[in-house]
Design a protein. Structure first.
Lengths: 374, 374, 374
């Protein structure tokens, strides 16, 4: 098992440790420490053209295969940054923008509410195109509920997903990226498919379907997305619409849930890298100050009004949140950050705080993070 | 923790991704993608004489330690390919031939029915002998049900296993291998031991014991096995007999289940390597055509007739299957294959398709695989 | 993902395989093989100052993240062996001496009874100081029951832990180490905190609380500890007191449990290394005899007398044990050992062997171990 010379192995990994607190609720929990992510990643490239990727993760007290896939270049000009490749296995479904972003580059402790409507990792096969100005993916997947990742059991029928993301304009320090993603398929409770509930960044469920509601037909997601870089400023906007046909007994309903976010980050010190986290101009180990970035976002998720009779007690119809964060990167692979996020809720028509269908109280979520990413 | 110079570490791994479909049943399931195997293997050799092997696996949505053992050479002539070693930990029990074959070298998507009667991985201690003409293993194991692997809890008493496999004759392009394996022990329901059901290559159970049946005594397996290489042709034949004394309430029975397979592979293009998968003469990355192999097999499993009153409803007495497969190896570590397999069933005396004791309908199983093995 | 030059990765790992038997009970189990530990450890150091450590383990049929933390040196003089560092994530709480000792260096198959009263691995943040004569740790942790490790859910409030261990005197071949550790916090059944039962080294529970008893307040542990090296002799003494306020319905009680051990090891052949396992002067692969060490210990655990009405049936009030062990290290990373341990029990006042509140029979535990540690 000495590796042949045609095989090149590259390894990476990350450890993200959090101190988390919910100072004003919802439950007045004591602060605590969490190993949010502890992952190793191994990529073996054969003859510069075939790749196997395995990324097991051990965070949050669980063990999971995050990425596990094989990939072959069908056509590639590595020098020009152009490649067409086919991939099969477990990896991220190409829908939500922030869902696809590496957790090493997030500007806040957790992803915003649009990710709750996007598929996350799924089992499937995908063609992907990459060039300096355009990336595109199109694939067929087993299909997962909103905000969820695939387990081994596959459901009723495949979901197709496609995404294009282009960087049409680049003028001096200004760089624009726009894209659109779509996924479409069907799901049915008879085949073990399920519907997802929705959670805040602090992991509290604010909407769940009541007992006996299941998917029963079309599952469609639409996700326009854009980024804008202007010098030290990076702006991200994304919107997701998730359509589900659901059934409870003999009644069916067509629901459309919507989520959006607008986020901006400013690199106070250091070298901006667009969607990637900034790196220090001079690391602190060489007398520099590292890189500092400040970020703010607003985001929301709104359930279809027709969900009211299908919602479990204590579900909210709308969540709206804002967050502020500061990150410091003393040397390139190390990052320290603080995120403060507040999420407020609105009930369905007729719900009142304190009533039997009471919406949850607002959540305040404070996270200090110490992370190393290789 | 920098490793001392006396320690040599070698690493390997594999990712096997499947697209699987059951076109004509038994349940008309939609096709789906499966990460069948995602494994890393690390072997550390100390002073050329002691070895520690750890192979965790993350396939099929589960995490498992496949191999985990320590080994010491008691005597070795590495130049002559001769060694006597002792091994302790978790590894494959030396019984079924195809069970012992690396999954990287299988000629079909899944192993044939004899493997359902063989122990797979167990916890134990083993002496093994290796020389160019003969390999032999003898060990003591915690003991596992047919087709099963050890969990941490050990059962009533140890199972002994022994196997010899020789290559007595080698005349020009003809190479014969013959062997015999035996395992013997006892199992008892009182100690938490269990009896296994039996599954098709497509993972459908076609025989299960009814409630309340447990092992109660002798467990004996006999497994003659042979391979024949003639130029580009590789032939494998194996037979396994598994004897179990079982009990249901006050009644005991001595059951003998039998399974067999005959498989042949022909290397259309590339360099044949006997039991190992063929490699390209010239890889496609250097303008070659890679290696192509076509394979066919027939196999079957037959339950003891006295199992009838002990079988759960819907159990079959006999399964018979055939399979065809084509594999293409564009560069040595990469392999693409398609397997088509059909398994038909016969019921116990008096069972009729459609009746209450109905045997399952035939299973057609189609697998496309993309695998990278290092 | 090629690593930058500022990152240094070091890897380690261990496989510990046991043959275990309970020759005279308590249950007359057959001997069996166990993969006690199968672990890989990766440490990535960035700019000589930041560290990420991930150590997954696959022993005993389970998968677990043992260590997973990030660490930063606040101040360091590596040449002088002095450093002040801050660490956050999952790692060992600095309380019991033998709990903190690497499993690679243990003198017996399992740790002694004081470890049953110490926290093991927890989620937390810690400052640690290291110098040739003194090591000290002070940290805040989520808090775990006695002898337990953290899962992801955190409890009612943080536990603080602090430990100092010094080597004040060093006179020729004599080297003394003394230390004290304290942990303090609160636990409450309302927040999901639990109380631990207590087990023998052979993994048999000899004390458990009865249904409905939970923690309800103060949790305090005191752990004085000392080591003495005199030439080839290494002696370890430790004592732990664990105070718990518990509640059953409307009745509360303040309990103090106590455990202690005295252990001595003598290096018959090879180079002694204090708390570390001895290494051969000449390894067997170069014609040497390796290193041989013989060890003996006595240890005990005594439950608070007021635990009697709170104890589950079959609980003992006191366990007392002795053990003998011999280890042989043929080459530095390889170790073979045999441990024999006998644990006897005394009941609470009024308990009698054979009565309804009968104490368990004595346990005899024999372990043969073959381990490789890198």
């Amino acid at each position: 098992q000495t590796l042949p010379p045609s095989v090149e192995v590259s390894v990476g990994g990350k450890v993200h440790t959090d101190v988390r607190a919910f100072p004003s609720g919802p439950v007045g929990e004591a602060p605590g420490v969490l190993v949010r992510r502890a992952r190793a990643e191994v990529e073996a490239e054969v003859s510069g053209r075939f790749r196997a990727v395995v990324e097991p993760g051990f965070g949050e007290g669980e063990v999971e295969l995050l990425d596990g896939y094989v990939e072959a270049d069908l056509w590639a000009r590595p020098g020009a940054g152009r490649a067409l490749a086919v991939r099969a296995g477990r990896f991220k479904t190409p829908v939500g923008y922030e869902s696809l972003l590496s957790s090493s580059d997030l500007r806040f402790a957790e992803r915003a509410l649009p990710t709750a409507l996007s598929p996350r990792r799924d089992l499937g096969a995908m063609l992907r195109w990459e060039s300096p100005r355009l990336e595109a993916q199109v694939g067929v997947f087993n299909g997962v509920p909103d905000g969820s990742s695939a387990s081994v059991d596959w459901g009723a029928g495949p979901d197709a997903a496609a995404r294009v993301f282009g960087r049409p304009a680049e003028a001096g320090p200004v760089r624009l990226g726009v894209g659109l993603a779509v996924s479409a398929g069907t799901a049915s409770g008879r085949d073990g498919d399920a519907l997802a509930g929705y959670e805040t960044p602090g992991d509290r469920t604010f909407f769940a379907y009541t007992e006996g509601v299941g998917p029963d037909g079309r599952r469609l997601r639409l996700a326009p997305q854009a980024t804008l870089d202007v010098g030290r400023l990076h702006v991200l906007g994304e919107y997701i619409e998730a359509h589900h046909r659901v059934r409870r007994g003999t009644e069916a309903a067509d629901l459309a849930h919507r989520a959006w976010q607008a986020a901006a980050s400013f690199v106070v010190g250091g070298v901006p890298r667009g969607e990637g986290r900034p790196v220090p101009r001079r690391p602190v180990t060489e007398g520099g100050a590292g890189a500092v970035e400040v970020s703010a976002r607003v985001h929301g998720l709104s359930l279809d009004g027709d969900s009211a009779p299908l919602a479990a007690a204590g579900s909210a119809q709308r969540a709206a949140a804002w967050a502020l964060a500061v990150h410091w990167t003393p040397v390139a692979p190390v990052r320290l950050g603080v995120t403060v996020e507040r999420t407020a809720f609105e009930g369905f028509d007729g719900d009142a705080p304190g009533g039997s269908g009471a919406v949850p109280p607002a959540e305040t979520f404070v996270v200090g993070r110490f992370q190393i990413d290789l």
